[in-house]
Design a protein around this ligand. Structure first.
Ligand code: NAD
Length: 295
C-alpha cells in the first residue's frame, strides 16, 4: 500500500509557490494578500484560520486575520466584506465557517466577490465548476486532485465513488472528478445519507473519496481490492489521556483498509494539509487576476 503523504506533497506545492514568490519579489511586485475573517471563538475554527495564516507567511504572502465577536450582526459582516471586495490590495477573502446563528452562511458566501472567493463557494464559482469552466474550486477537492497528480494516479475512465454531498467537499469533488480535465474524466457515483446499499457502490470504486464525518465508518469489506482511498474526514475524538483532550480520526478505518487499498491517505497528515496547499494555490491565482486588473 502506498501512503498518500499530505505533508510531503503539500511541501512540494508550497516550495513551488515560495520560489515563484521570490521571483516576483525581484520584479518589485507586491505580495499576494489573503484576509481571513473569524467570527466567534470556536476552537477548531481558530486552529484552522491560524494554520492558514502561518502557511501564507511561510510562502511569502501577506495575511490578515480579522477577529469578530460572536454577537456580530449579518449586516456588519456584509459591510466589512463589501469594503474588502473593493480594496485593490486584497486578493483573497475567506470567512471561516461555522458562523453564529444570526448570520446566514449563504448570504455571506454570496457577498464575497467571485474573483476574491478563494474558498470557491460562491454560486458563480460553483456554476463554473459545474460547467467545467475555469474559476475557483473549493480547496479540499482541489487539494485532492493535486494529491492524485503528485502520485501520478490515473483517473480517466475510472469509477470514482464519493461519499457525502456537502457543498464544500462531496458535491464539488464529484463535479471535479467527472469534468474533462487531466485529473478528472471519471465515471462518478455520488453517495449520501439516503443511499441504499452503500457498500454495493463503494465496492465498485477504483477511487473512493470519503467525506461524511463519521470516524472509522469505511471498513475493509466496503473497499474494492487495490482501490485508491481518500479519507477527507476529520473528527475530534475525546481522549482525556492527551494533553489537548482529543485526537483526530478520519472516516476510514485505516488499519483495516490499508490491507486492501493500493493507496490511502492518513488522518492527520493527508487531505487536511492538501486543503491548505490548495488554498494557497487559489490565493496565488486571485492575486494574478487582481494584478492584471490594476497594472
Ligand atoms: P457534512 O456534514 O456537511 O456532510 C456530510 C455528508 O455525508 C452529507 O452529505 C450526508 O448525506 C453524508 N452522509 C452522512 N451519513 C451518511 C451515511 N451513513 N452514508 C452515506 N452518506 C452519509 O460534512 P462535510 O463538511 O462534507 O465534512 C465531512 C467530513 O470531512 C467531516 O469530518 C469534516 O470535518 C471533514 N472535512 C475535512 C476537510 C479537510 O481539509 N480534510 C475539509 C472539510 C471537511
Amino acid at each position: 500500500m502506498v501512503l498518500l503523504d499530505g505533508k510531503y506533497t503539500s511541501e512540494l506545492v508550497k516550495n513551488r509557490i515560495k520560489n515563484e514568490m521570490a521571483e516576483m519579489q525581484t520584479k518589485g511586485l507586491r505580495k499576494p494578500h489573503l484576509v481571513a475573517i473569524l467570527v466567534g471563538s470556536d476552537g477548531a475554527s481558530k486552529t484552522y484560520v491560524e494554520s492558514k495564516e502561518r502557511n501564507c507567511q511561510l510562502v511569502g504572502f501577506d495575511s490578515t486575520i480579522i477577529r469578530l465577536d460572536d454577537s456580530t450582526s449579518e449586516n456588519d459582516l456584509v459591510q466589512l466584506i463589501e469594503k474588502l471586495n473593493i480594496d485593490n490590495h486584497i486578493d483573497g477573502i475567506l470567512v471561516q465557517f461555522p458562523l453564529p446563528k444570526q448570520i446566514s452562511e449563504n448570504k455571506i458566501t454570496q457577498t464575497i466577490a467571485p474573483h476574491k472567493d478563494v474558498d470557491g463557494f460562491h454560486d458563480v464559482n460553483m456554476g463554473k465548476l459545474a460547467k467545467g469552466e475555469s474559476g475557483f474550486v473549493p480547496a479540499t477537492p482541489l487539494g485532492i486532485t493535486m494529491m492524485l497528480e503528485a502520485y501520478n494516479i490515473e483517473t480517466a475512465g475510472k469509477h470514482c465513488v464519493v461519499i457525502g454531498r456537502s457543498n464544500i467537499v462531496g458535491r464539488p469533488m464529484s463535479l471535479l472528478m467527472s469534468n474533462s480535465a487531466p485529473y478528472g474524466n471519471c465515471t462518478v457515483t455520488l453517495c449520501h445519507s439516503k443511499t441504499v446499499h452503500l457498500e454495493h457502490f463503494t465496492r465498485q470504486a477504483d477511487i473512493l473519496i470519503v467525506a461524511l464525518g463519521k470516524p472509522g465508518f469505511v471498513k475493509a469489506n466496503m473497499v474494492k481490492p487495490n482501490a485508491v482511498v481518500i479519507d477527507v474526514g476529520i473528527t475530534r475524538v475525546e481522549d482525556s489521556t492527551r494533553k489537548n483532550g482529543f485526537y483526530l480520526k478520519g472516516d476510514v478505518d485505516f488499519n483495516e483498509v490499508k490491507e486492501v487499498a493500493s493507496h490511502l491517505t492518513p488522518v492527520p497528515g493527508g487531505v487536511g494539509l492538501m486543503t491548505i496547499a490548495a488554498l494557497l494555490e487559489n490565493t496565488l491565482k486571485a492575486y494574478k487576476f487582481q494584478l492584471k486588473q490594476t497594472l
